[in-house]
Design a protein around this ligand. Sequence first.
Ligand code: ZN
Length: 378
Amino acid sequence: MIAEPIKTGSHAWPFVCTNCGRHAPAGRLVYHCPTCGGVFDLDAPIRYAPSAPGSGRNGLDRFRSSFPLAEDTRWITLGEGGTPLIPSPVDDRLVHFKCEHLNPTGSFKDRGASVLVSALAAAGVRQAVEDSSGNAGAAFAAYAARAGIRATVYIPDGASPRKRAQMAAYGAEVVRLLGPRSKVAEAVRREADAGGCYASHIWLPYGLAGFATVAFELVEQLGEAPGAVLLPAGHGTLLLGLARGFAAMQEAGAIDRIPKTIAAQAAACAPLWAAHQAGGQAVGWVQEGETRAEGIRILQPLRGDAVLKAVEASRGTIVAVDEPTIVRGEAELARRGFFIEPTSAVVWGALEASLRSLPDPVVAILTGSGLKSEPSSG
Ligand SMILES: [Zn+2]
């Protein structure tokens, strides 16, 4: 199905293997290092390089020079980024909610998809495969449609029907596979190894550049670095992108401290939390249990070691949030005007667990819209 040859000429990909240090080969896109199987990272640090005021650029478009793309790359955009930061009281504190659920397809994934699909289109890719539990697939399908790239998205059978419908509406071929999210990832890697273009939002590091812009916007909106940022973490790509973004701003002299990062996982599937509890040691057994937070039900976070390091370097922590707290979080956030998906509601658990000890200003990132998830009973 995806074995059609991909003509990408001599296109050079700006990736380096995190294991053996080799650059990605030019030409056909490969999702991991062909020499050692290692994970790629960007081959240069992300820079904080906003366009000049008055340039007429908005959202992510303002940061085009920050991305690992040639200056003349056609920008594949749907107006992503530039999301509101809305303060709301929680107990006796003021928390600033970053409304990433208001992006064009309803989640923060649009920031990564815009950079990734712009790069694919520039390389002449005409069709590509992705796997996702929902939001990343919807973002990929939308931006691929915009770029004229034929998209196939593999999803677990239990993915939200509304997210599935959203992907199909954009014109993607949606392939449902039985079993949990990890089985879907294995299946799509087998397909990719057979010669297709696996445009993985997890394996390919383009998304990290897109997510760094959340950090840029937070500092610009607050007028200072946040004291702490709370966010959901599955693979932790948003967390890593934020860390890169804050590092870039510190390098540019725009901030003088790195915010504490508080990552929230669902207790039903919490490998990062477990490893953090064990002092960063590898953990032998973690369950991939059922949870309403389907978007972060990730058994083996691909860049888990880097996520743990980033949390520790920020003097932050990782919390595990149980299902009743997720449901309570959905309700508490909705009563503040934020209609978010259950995955995003884990930040409520993180607020309950840690808000008292966090320095101002506190930011909680609302990652995905409630419009495309199933309502809670009750
Ligand atoms: Zn390698």
